[in-house]
Design a binder for this molecule. Structure first.
Ligand SMILES: Cc1ncc(COP(=O)(O)O)c(C=O)c1O
Length: 462
């Protein structure tokens, strides 16, 4: 009997959590059931998700930044259908296919002049792995620096550059020669670079875990120090790339010319995993230095035609819809709309970020009564308050957001870059409502506690 997707979906309707628990891992379902985030989504379109009960959810998470163009973008979908129907000769391997070259050219044309070559990958982490290998090979050095709070993916090499102990624990020993430096501290960076043995300094231009930012002065110094000590500057744009911060690449805001740039997420159009490590011809030629080494760094699926088509169609849609400028403008609109909430709500200390990568930073309120409430919540677990914002945003207002990192009171917003004023207004009103509740009395705490209790109860029954 031939495979029929519709039949498979119908036969397993609503079993997503049960199957995940049984055959993938029970832990994520447990978390989501406890928070009552357990839904059966059946459709996604633009900025919205829809569940089996016909409920609409505003997606301010965008698949961790994958859905820059929104879900089910018609031009990307059409391009992929076209590619499938064309019976393209995929993955011949003893071949140089056309589309990888076309996409590589399109990427190079969008970067600064020092970026001349592309290595395609299947994920963001693999792009970072490639950056580590290329930098070591090109510089003949083995040390790699990364920043505290950094996140570059979870494969072993990328994990060696992770600035959060919670991710590293239990997986060591990791790659030797990797050392953390404080984010934003040029003197500390120079102290590590001075010995002249560092292959690469790998950094996110805005850190995803916590939406931490460094000053433009720091970035200028970091660039200059890397040049001085002949260390390659790697900007990891897996999350910040392709318009997320209101520029094609976030390094543009800081006036950088990184030696290596890693990208992924949004390039996929939300359909086919794709990433890229982009570098100079000099760095690339150091790796591919002879015919013997023509495939010394490679990956079976890296130039997969569907991934290339998804990438090309995505870049075309970016141009057709002026996505980067739109993200910049809507980022300004969102920042302006959120600013009065900082004035109005004692819990909300700051809104930081750039473009449509936004961190809502919560902290201890000034007034004594609210401070007591804050302390009670935080006594349960550091960072609990931000969870108390994310849960009612979802339960009451059906908005999907995330806590930006473990143990921090930052809620991260990554809306699709096609977001409009309607969605911004809806979000800001919802946040206003949630924070007003948090201030008025214990109803938010009660609601949160009930959610946890119900989730736990339901879990116990299942
Ligand atoms: C900056 C950065 N680098 C690398 C990665 C890893 O990407 P992937 O999950 O595709 O491996 C991420 C993922 O969130 C990221 O934000």
């Amino acid at each position: 009997m031939p495979f029929e997707l519709a039949k498979v979906l119908e036969a397993h309707k609503g079993q997503n959590f049960r199957l995940h628990s049984r055959y993938i891992s029970p832990q994520l379902p447990r978390v989501l059931e406890t928070l009552k985030f357990d839904r059966f989504y059946v459709r996604g379109e633009g900025c919205y998700l829809y569940d089996d009960k016909g409920r609409q959810y505003l997606d301010f998470l965008a698949g961790f930044g994958v859905y820059a163009l929104g879900r089910s973008h018609p031009a990307v979908t059409r391009a992929l259908h076209e590619a499938l129907d064309a019976d393209l000769p995929n993955l011949v391997q003893m071949d140089c296919a056309l589309l990888p070259g076309v996409l590589a050219q399109a990427l190079v044309e969008r970067t600064h002049p020092g970026i001349e070559r592309v290595f395609f990958t299947n994920s963001g982490a693999e792009a970072v792995e490639s950056a580590i290998k290329f930098a070591r090979c090109a510089t003949k050095r083995d040390r790699v620096l990364y920043c505290d709070h950094a996140f570059h993916g979870l494969t072993t090499g990328a994990l060696s550059l992770n600035g959060g102990e919670e991710f590293r624990r239990g997986f060591g020993p990791l790659l030797p020669g990797c050392a953390p430096v404080p984010f934003g501290d040029a003197a500390a960076l120079e102290a590590e670079l001075r010995a002249g043995d560092v292959a690469a300094f790998v950094a996110e231009p805005i850190q995803g875990k916590g939406v931490y930012m460094a000053t433009p002065e720091y970035w200028a110094q970091a660039q200059q120090l890397c040049r001085k000590y002949k260390t390659l500057l790697v900007t990891d744009e897996v999350q910040t790339g392709f318009g997320r911060t209101g520029a094609m690449f976030c390094y543009e805001h800081w006036g950088l010319q990184p030696d290596i740039v890693t990208v992924s997420k949004a390039l996929s159009g939300g359909y086919v995993p794709v990433g890229a490590m982009m570098c100079s011809a000099k760095v690339s030629d150091a790796v591919y230095s002879s015919m013997d080494r023509a495939v010394v760094h490679s990956s079976t699926f890296s130039t997969n035609q569907l991934a290339m088509v998804a990438g090309l169609a995505t870049l075309q849609a970016f141009e057709d819809e002026d996505i980067v400028d739109r993200a910049r403008r809507m980022g300004d609109t969102l920042a302006k709309a959120l600013a009065p909430l900082v004035e109005r709500h004692e819990y909300l200390h700051e809104v930081r970020g750039k473009g449509l990568m936004v961190g809502l930073v919560f902290g201890e309120p000034a007034s004594a009564s609210l401070r007591r409430r804050w302390k009670a919540v935080e006594a349960m677990r550091t960072g609990m308050f931000s969870q108390m914002v994310v849960v009612p945003l979802f339960q009451r207002h059906r908005i999907l957001t995330q806590v930006a990192a473990d143990n921090v009171n930052v809620v991260k917003l990554l809306p699709p870059l096609i977001v409009g004023e309607e969605q911004v207004d809806y979000f800001v009103d919802a946040l206003d409502d949630v924070l007003s509740s948090a201030e008025k009395g214990n109803d938010l705490l009660f609601e949160f506690g009930t959610t946890l209790a119900k989730g736990t109860f339901r879990r116990a029954l299942s």
